[in-house]
Write a protein that binds this ligand. Structure first.
Ligand code: KMH
Ligand code: ZN
Length: 281
């Protein structure tokens, strides 16, 4: 019998991202050793999945295939977390390199459902690329998490499922990424609208609010029965003028918010069941 119930909460940690410079935020985990230590701490605190961006020796974002594979191996060795690799990378990464992320055979991959303005940049996800990445995830048996930055992305998910069927594993898990300058606002109203528009095939969804929208989005997501993504990819302050010093703090806060909503953190095994990821090789 499944232990995944409405009383459980999937907490995903996104510890690094591609946007923050190590020089601006020395506590950002950018080396493999820092990433693994963060992952272990966050798992102990209540996270069940990790959304991973990696950096090179100069702490710059990279999609180097060997590093990606080593990262997946190291996280599998050191934790039970569901390992989700970002296929979004940084706004400067070419589309072919983003497709090759799946060569590292993660449990899950992010899959953004459309192009969005991203601050002063553009996060490019043209429809043919979305289709190629989706079909590749089906072929490689990697469970996608659909990243929805805008209501148009929600509509595009309907179109994708109609054209190519369900993802590998049969579950449709979405993450509303809200409050990006250029995407949908990080408000309860926007969250309610986006959740109402999710296709009926959706089996689970979570949300993350960027920057100062993090609490409004997290509380709204809990109110609507959704899951949470937190981490230094998305927010660098706990309150105005109070810097985040570790990803663990954000996971602990998510656990505390979940407790108020009478939701206990899901274990990694329960997250695997929720998402139906293939068993580790
Ligand atoms: N770094 C952003 C441009 C993802 O991981 O798939 C894209 C991003 C989304 O973070
Ligand atoms: Zn990301």
């Amino acid at each position: 019998m499944t232990s995944v119930t409405q009383d459980t909460l999937l907490i995903t940690v996104a510890p690094t991202g591609a946007e923050t410079a190590k020089s601006d935020c020395p506590q950002l985990p950018t080396t493999l050793a820092e990433l693994v230590a963060t992952a272990q701490e966050c798992e102990a605190a209540g996270a069940a999945m990790i959304h991973v961006h990696i950096r090179d020796d100069e702490h710059r974002p990279t999609l180097d295939p060997h590093r990606l594979r080593d990262t997946v191996d190291a996280l599998r060795e050191a934790t039970d977390l569901v390992v989700q690799l970002s296929t979004g990378g940084s706004v400067h990464d070419p589309l072919d390199a983003r497709l090759r992320v799946l060569d590292a055979a993660p449990d899950s991959c992010s899959l953004t459902m459309g192009t969005t303005n991203f601050g002063d940049d553009v996060f490019a996800n043209p429809w043919p690329f979305v289709c190629d990445l989706y079909q590749l995830s089906q072929e490689r048996q990697v469970v996608p998490e659909f990243e929805l930055f805008d209501l148009g992305h929600v509509a595009a998910l309907r179109r994708l499922i109609d054209r190519f069927g369900l993802p590998y594993g049969g579950r449709v898990h979405c993450d509303l990424v809200m409050g990006v300058p250029g995407g949908m606002p990080g408000t309860a109203d926007a969250l309610v609208a986006a959740v109402a528009a999710l296709p009926p095939e959706t089996t689970s969804w979570g949300a993350t609010g960027i920057g100062r929208t993090t609490l409004a989005v997290g509380l709204a997501a809990l109110s609507k029965g959704g899951h949470l993504r937190v981490g230094m990819e998305d927010v660098l302050t706990l309150a105005k003028g109070v810097p985040v010093t570790s990803n663990r703090q954000l996971v602990e806060r998510a656990v505390a918010m979940g407790e108020l909503a009478q939701r206990r953190p899901m274990t990694p095994a329960e997250a695997r069941e929720l998402l139906n990821v293939r068993s580790a090789p």
